[in-house]
Design a binder for this molecule. Structure first.
Ligand code: ZN
Length: 285
């Protein structure tokens, strides 16, 4: 599977609006990496990055080829695609070996992930993928219910045909991933939908907050949902997009609240802890 520098988890930055309606980009198409055309479509938390995914055989590359951003992104995507579960230990030494970098570099990346609440650092014990408690999960949904209607209101107030086109493009990617039964992409894209809406709304503080909440939701879903379930129902996103396109704020907000309720209601409280083989997770990455 190809990876582009934009995935669930990296949308803190407001990406420039995509101009022009050329061929709709797809996650698997071999687009030139230059302008990272997908960065506009991905909204979940990753910073727009431009390095194309390297084949696994290249794991012993020179250190300079694995930048901190590369490592960050690979760990991030592994979490968002449910390949790394909450509570997984992220051993510095093992990661340094996997990515062919120094432990100091790994520590830098882990510190950044910790700052974004994706990773938890414990003295003496090391770094672990964050494992939000059920209480934190409830907090996340409460915050989302407050923020996302505001996001939609602002988005509709500032709506342009280009923004609608962006949302529809994203919808296409989501539907395409579902048709291909690409569960990883479905999970990632469904989360990214929400961050994209926040980015398009044009309030950077809301977008940043949405990105964090979206990432935490990804972790919560891994913890409390069936592994094969996806976070969002595609038809619900479609209905929300249509309400936005009609500038029907009341309906869009209502649909969003229902949508969040559905996600929350689908969660279960049977967290599973398992030993994960870090090498295996990144081997196919
Ligand atoms: Zn959703």
């Amino acid at each position: 599977m190809h990876r582009h520098g934009d995935h669930c988890g990296h949308a803190s930055r407001i990406s420039p609006l995509r101009r022009g309606a050329g061929a709709s980009p797809r996650p698997d198409s071999a687009q030139p990496a230059a302008a990272d055309p997908l960065s506009v479509l991905t909204s979940c938390p990753m910073p727009p990055r431009s390095s194309p995914r390297k084949p696994a055989t290249a794991s012993r590359r020179l250190e300079r080829e694995n930048t901190n951003d590369d490592i960050y992104e690979r760990i991030y995507v592994a979490i968002l695609e449910h390949r790394l579960h909450p509570g997984t230990k992220l051993g510095e030494e093992k990661l340094a070996e996997i990515f062919g970098v120094s432990r100091a570099r790994v520590r830098e990346v882990l510190a950044r992930l910790a700052h974004e609440q994706i990773v938890e650092l414990y003295p003496q014990r090391g770094a672990f993928v964050a494992k939000p408690s059920t209480e934190q999960a409830l907090d996340v949904f409460e915050a989302r219910r407050l923020i996302e209607p505001a996001v939609l209101r602002r988005l509709i107030e500032t709506l342009t045909p280009e923004k609608v086109a962006r949302l529809r493009q994203h919808q296409e990617l989501e539907l395409d991933a579902r048709r291909r039964d690409d569960k990883r992409a479905v999970v990632r894209l469904s989360g990214e939908f929400h961050t994209l809406a926040a980015e398009l709304a044009g309030n950077s503080a809301l977008a940043r907050t949405m990105r964090e909440l979206s990432t935490l939701t990804c972790l919560i879903i891994v913890l409390y949902d069936a592994p094969t379930a996806s976070s969002c129902r595609a038809d619900e996103h479609s209905e929300i997009v249509e309400a936005i396109a009609r500038r029907d704020s009341a309906r869009a907000e209502k649909l969003m609240l229902e949508h969040l309720d559905h996600i929350e209601q689908s969660l279960r409280l049977d967290a599973n802890a398992e030993d994960v083989d870090l090498e295996a997770v990144f081997r196919e990455d």
